[in-house]
Design a protein around this ligand. Structure first.
Ligand SMILES: CC(C)(COP(=O)(O)OP(=O)(O)OC[C@H]1O[C@@H](n2cnc3c(N)ncnc32)[C@H](O)[C@@H]1OP(=O)(O)O)[C@@H](O)C(=O)NCCC(=O)NCCS
Length: 216
């Protein structure tokens, strides 16, 4: 199966795009980029030269992915979120050879209208709330809110904030039932499913609203 690009999208020669990926209206994929399988690029998105993007990545409308940004599998970039690649841009000073790296690891969600200041790593399954401004690295499963972004706590792979741990240090996702535990100061891991494993089929479709899980 080939990838699909809407007739108004521009895909430059040399871009490598995996099977099943869809590129929607008025988007631009630049020549040196590499994109995995089964991704979706919404309306008015842009992928710069030299950017690499994994598989099953969902990019909502109006997102530009600039040189210096690397995106792993299963990442969700919410509408109009902003990625950056120079900390101190000045129109009079050319810094095209100095783009700073930003690494967005497997399973991360960046909420609508959030801004990621370059040079940070967003750990696996980190969740950036809508409108947050991230200025520091975020650990795996870190849940960041606000301007400037602060680590509010932990969030599960299914996107539920995790409450206080039990006496054994365990926190349970109300949707999947998976158990999570701090593995080192400042880090979280899932006890029941390794971070690199795919979700089993029966946990890939939501069955109930976010609100219905709150407080459980
Ligand atoms: C952060 C989020 C997951 C909700 O988290 P939550 O812990 O369940 O938040 P609650 O709704 O219980 O609100 C708790 C507090 O956080 C505040 N809050 C919620 N979302 C916030 C956000 N994005 N930024 C700042 N504060 C936020 C609430 O106002 C509330 O404050 P209060 O206690 O002073 O009243 C959600 O608001 C969000 O930002 N989701 C991302 C949505 C998105 O961008 N989707 C992409 C396109 S579909």
């Amino acid at each position: 199966m080939e990838y699909f690009a809407h007739q108004t999208a521009i895909v430059d020669a040399g871009a490598r795009i995996g099977a099943g990926t869809k590129i929607w209206h008025f988007s631009h994929i630049c020549s040196g980029s590499e994109i995995g399988e089964n991704c979706v690029f919404g309306q008015n998105t842009m992928v710069a030269d030299s950017v690499t993007i994994g598989s099953n990545v969902k990019v909502q409308n109006n997102v530009a992915i600039y040189a210096g940004v690397q995106i792993e599998d299963d990442v969700f970039l919410g509408p109009s979120c902003v990625l950056t690649n120079v900390t101190n841009p000045r129109s009079q000073v050319v810094r095209q050879s100095l783009y700073e790296k930003t690494l967005i690891r497997r399973g991360v969600t960046v909420g609508a209208n959030a801004t990621i200041i370059c040079g940070v790593t967003l750990g696996r399954y980190a969740f950036i709330a809508a409108g947050a401004v991230v200025t520091r690295d975020v650990p795996d499963y870190g849940f960041v809110i606000g301007v400037p972004g602060k680590l509010k706590g932990w969030i599960s792979r299914h996107g539920h904030p995790l409450g206080s741990p039990d006496p054994e240090g365990i926190m349970i996702c109300p949707e999947s039932g998976y158990r999570y535990k701090e593995v080192e100061p400042g880090g979280l891991a899932c006890i029941d499913l390794p971070e690199e494993d795919p979700l089993p089929e029966n946990l890939r479709t939501g069955q109930a609203s976010y609100e219905s899980f709150k407080g459980k």
